[in-house]
Design a binder for this molecule. Structure first.
Ligand SMILES: NC(=O)c1ccc[n+]([C@@H]2O[C@H](COP(=O)([O-])OP(=O)(O)OC[C@H]3O[C@@H](n4cnc5c(N)ncnc54)[C@H](OP(=O)(O)O)[C@@H]3O)[C@@H](O)[C@H]2O)c1
Length: 306
């Protein structure tokens, strides 16, 4: 079969090459992949691993071979799932606990956009706690995770302030539930109960200054790759603020994510969540899509298709 493997270079980052078939463990189903979400984290991983490495966390497709231990969906079932690192392939073995049935009305591309972005948004909001009536500031709000955070926070009853890096990057965010769409460092006229940051660096430092006493800060990314900075004397100036970090693959070690994927896919099926697929590209010629994501040109998710 064929799969995307890293080239060791930057252009293209990956090539579509022959690889060995998956060898599923008893609790894994083999999924024939039709679509696979591309995440910013995979850009980082691709640049760090040796040439010939496999990638791919988010998949949607059809169960080609059910798990040998009898768990999970039957052969022929449409699914979405969180694969290990091998999802950019024609077939991949996925632990059945990390699979969910894809509702008939949800396209494969939408399903493939959900696992990492949707679960990260969901768990970041769980870390934040009660949202009804609270004011939530989201940085990096125009990206794949950010656009889901905005929707879920608004659906949970929060007033959402969305911040992006420039004109056009926040297109559509008001329709998704943001009350205010602005840029990093904007002077906010109101205190913020919850800050959800994935940009880091000076953006986090500035956003932190808007957090009210006893507020919650959840850091789930560091896209700028700058050191995470907090304002001097923040503990005295913002008493009671709690800082939390989220690492999705720590969450997945604690519990299978299939149940949460059912929730996310169900919200999409009900028209209550839009995973914001902004760019699709075939596996065989996905180089420009990787580049566009790296260059901050995608207002939402990139999904690769087979
Ligand atoms: N903790 C976890 O387990 C976990 C899981 C998933 C993702 N993440 C992290 O969360 C972040 C968001 O992920 P994503 O998949 O949503 O990425 P994405 O779609 O690329 O969105 C990232 C957003 O960050 C903004 N940004 C600010 N400074 C940037 C810079 N210097 N370079 C590039 N973008 C910049 C961009 O919007 P503007 O152009 O408007 O600024 C972009 O919309 C990433 O850092 C990712 O690694 C962490």
């Amino acid at each position: 079969m064929r799969a995307l493997v890293t080239t060791g270079g930057a252009d293209p980052v990956v090539a579509f090459a022959e690889v060995v078939e998956p060898d599923p463990a008893p609790g894994e189903a083999v999924v024939a992949v039709s679509a696979a979400g591309l995440n910013r984290g995979e850009l980082t991983v691709a640049a760090a691993v040796p040439a010939g490495s496999r990638l791919g966390w988010d998949v949607a497709g059809v169960v080609e071979r059910a798990a040998a231990d009898g768990s999970g969906p039957a052969g022929g079932t449409r699914v979405l799932g969180l694969a290990g690192r091998d999802g950019f392939a024609e077939r991949v073995a996925v632990p059945t606990g990390h699979l969910a049935v894809l509702p008939d009305t949800v396209p494969d591309t939408a399903g493939a956009a959900l696992p990492v972005a949707g679960l990260t948004a969901l768990y970041a909001l769980r870390h934040a706690g009660w949202l009804l009536g609270r004011t939530v500031l989201v940085t990096g709000a125009g990206g794949g995770v950010g656009r889901v955070v905005v929707q879920l926070a608004a659906a949970a009853g929060a007033r959402v302030l969305a911040q992006v890096g420039g004109a056009g990057r926040g297109d559509g965010l008001e329709k998704l539930g943001a009350s205010v769409v602005g840029q990093y460092g904007d002077d906010l006229a109101e205190p913020v109960d919850v800050l959800l940051d994935s940009v880091g660096g000076s953006t986090l430092e500035l956003a932190f200054q808007a957090v009210a006493a006893d507020g919650v800060v959840v850091s789930f990314g560091n896209t700028t790759r700058e050191p995470l900075r907090l304002p001097l004397d923040w503990g005295r100036l913002r008493p009671g603020v709690s800082l939390r970090s989220l690492y999705l693959f720590q969450e997945t070690r604690r519990q299978p994510v299939g149940r949460d994927l059912v929730t996310l896919a169900g919200l999409v099926a009900q028209g209550r969540l839009d995973p914001q697929v902004a760019l699709t590209a075939p596996f065989a010629s996905s180089g420009p899509a990787w580049q566009a994501l790296r260059d901050r040109q995608v207002n939402g998710k990139v999904v690769l298709t087979l």
